[in-house]
Design a protein around this ligand. Structure first.
Ligand code: ARG
Length: 584
């Protein structure tokens, strides 16, 4: 199934472009009200204005010229010049029939892409444990990667890059602290045990803030790291190893596909940084300002109206976050063959990426590639302030996920006290982790959202438990069918008679265009919104149309609709990296 709305858009646009003598868009949108059909062509009025024509007459002309009779009922012209399109039920049936036994792709066509898409996400600072600030980038980036991968049908075309912080002062600090407090570990890093990375980091930071001599020593150790002093590097590697073990546990629990092969941290680019500066200088883009190497670009000013530079090297010779990002752009475009690079970070980095993209493009490093920043808002506590523990510290992800599971266990135990402990635990894991992810993904990316256990674990509303329950409920129909000796037979004919059947069919065929919209707009909540709507239409259908009690062939047709609904829910949730359970 091709993205339906895109098919309509391209067919109507073609006719309109012919009439216009230039490329114009039909602006096909989903209808707000099914009274007016399923899709609406909104672009007629502006074209009529351009051509100096009466919009309704133009709409007439378009309708006559544009043959959509294979997909749609005869088009209707409404209002000042809208064209309303209604899908034909025999066309719908054909699409569903195709999707229903295609368990792998649910009839969603592969959309080939030319270059690679790099998705830069998660990127925690490896000096500390992952905390709630890393949640959004990690799961949003994973979802975008999954959807892009699925649509192009080629996992080689989507490259996940974990741009971890592994090269800054924090590591100089940790190394300095180990040298001072654990000389044995410094001599032989294999005996190093970072029993609590977080505490370790805090101790080092405290000492850094309090003791000037230690502070200077930290700077020195950072320089030694950057000069690749062997003993310093060995300790650094040991700390990273420990940190990676922490991350891996979190990634596994969150079902996020990131492993060591995806890790291309800041240190990866350390040898390229002098070249980046040299090339910028060669291109005449560098200006020295107060001893620092800067790139000034039009359009960037400080609040005081002064030109705002992108600093690429400090006066002491140190390189910056931006320098590394410039090196990463070069690598991604030239070595990885990226035609699209997607950066998933919080919105506070918006300006940073704008400047990096601009600078990279002016330096000629971006080629044909499109660089996109996907900014997102913060996670807030119920007090509307940044989400913190009661003592005011950042919430560790490990603790957050533990709490999610234990709260979900309470919900499951209350709902299903008779289940055995192991089953309850497993359901709680799937529901708890799913709830945290879904709550995050279902928000409009750019807004902040309030982290609320009660809301995300609610069985009603646009939540993971509701979606998982909706799936389990459809599955229970099949269990019941089986006990009655009914199975859905391959090729069972689907017929759409009742309005609720039609409505369900119409949302089912929109799965491909939903994924396509996610990949274009890079907003996962388009998919959660779709799944929520699908679950709702299914409920309406199930209340209005008996399934197992219906006579054949209606029973088989409805079972087939149930099958495709369950498969779509499960598949959609899997795109979100959320598991389903058969029984809840
Ligand atoms: N380590 C960064 C941070 O914690 C995120 C990295 C984002 N990616 C990038 N290419 N800069 O903010």
């Amino acid at each position: 199934m091709q993205a339906l709305i895109e098919e309509l858009e391209s067919r109507v646009s073609e006719v309109m472009s012919e009439l216009a003598g230039e490329r114009v868009s039909a602006m096909v949108k989903l209808s707000q009200n099914i009274k007016f059909g399923d899709y609406q062509v909104n672009g007629v009025m502006s074209l009529a204005k351009k051509l100096g024509m009466n919009p309704r007459q133009l709409a007439d002309k378009i309708v006559v010229k544009c043959d959509l009779s294979d997909m749609c009922e005869p088009a209707e012209i409404a209002g000042p010049g809208f064209i309303n399109l209604r899908l034909r039920s025999d066309w719908l049936t054909k699409q569903l029939q195709k999707a229903i036994y295609d368990t792998e792709r649910l009839g969603v066509d592969i959309v080939p892409v030319s270059g690679r898409t790099v998705v830069d996400f998660s990127g925690p600072n490896l000096a500390k444990e992952m905390h709630v600030g890393h949640l959004r980038s990690t799961i949003i980036g994973d979802v975008l990667s999954r959807v892009l991968e699925f649509l192009c049908g080629d996992s080689d075309k989507v490259v996940r890059q974990n741009h971890v912080g592994d090269w800054g002062l924090q590591f100089g600090m940790l190394v300095a602290y180990i040298r001072e407090t654990e000389p044995d570990s410094f001599a032989d890093p294999s005996v190093l045990r970072v029993w609590d990375l977080e505490q370790f980091y805090k101790n080092a930071k405290k000492r850094f803030d309090e003791n000037e001599e230690f502070k200077q020593f930290c700077y020195k150790c950072t320089v030694m790291l950057h000069e690749k002093d062997a003993a310093t590097m060995a300790v650094w590697r040991a700390v990273l190893g420990e940190s990676r073990r922490h991350c891996k546990v979190i990634y596994d629990r969150l079902m996020v596909n990131l492993n060591e092969s995806n890790e291309k941290g800041e240190s990866t680019y350390c040898d390229d940084l002098p070249d980046v500066i040299a090339d910028l200088a060669k291109a005449g883009m560098i200006t020295e300002s107060d001893g620092a190497q800067c790139v000034f670009m039009p359009g960037y000013n400080t609040a005081e109206g002064e030109p705002l530079p992108l600093i690429v090297q400090k006066s002491d010779g140190a390189f910056l976050y931006a320098t590394t990002d410039l090196a990463a752009v070069r690598y991604r475009v030239s070595k990885l063959g990226a035609s699209r690079v997607i950066y998933v970070t919080d919105s506070r980095q918006k300006l940073h990426f704008q400047m990096v993209f601009d600078c990279a493009s002016k330096a000629g490093w971006t080629g044909q590639a499109r660089l996109e920043h996907v900014p997102f808002g913060s996670v807030l506590g119920e007090d509307n302030k940044p989400f913190k523990t009661r003592s005011g510290e950042s919430v560790k992800l490990s603790a957050l996920l533990d709490e999610a599971e234990s709260r979900a266990l309470a919900v499951v135990s209350q709902k299903n006290p008779e289940l055995d402990a192991k089953t309850k635990q497993e359901i709680a894991r799937v529901v708890g982790i799913g709830a945290v992810k879904y709550a995050d993904l279902s928000n409009n990316l750019i807004s902040d959202y309030v982290f609320s256990w009660d809301k995300m674990l609610a069985m009603e509303g646009n939540t993971a438990p509701y979606m998982q329950y909706a799936y389990a409920r459809v599955q229970s129909i099949f269990r019941k069918a089986l006990t009655e000796g009914k199975t859905i037979t391959a090729g069972a004919a689907i017929s759409l008679q009742e309005p609720a059947e039609l409505a369900l069919a119409k949302i089912l065929v929109r799965y491909a265009e939903t994924l396509s919209a996610v990949s274009r707009e890079l907003r996962p909540h388009i998919l959660t919104g779709y799944l929520f709507e699908l679950a709702g239409e299914f409920s309406t259908f199930y209340n209005a149309c008996p399934v197992l009690k219906a006579q054949e062939p209606v029973c088989s047709s409805r079972l087939a609709l149930c099958r495709l609904t369950a498969d779509t829910l499960k598949h959609g949730l899997s795109m979100l990296g959320i598991e389903t359970i058969e029984q809840m």
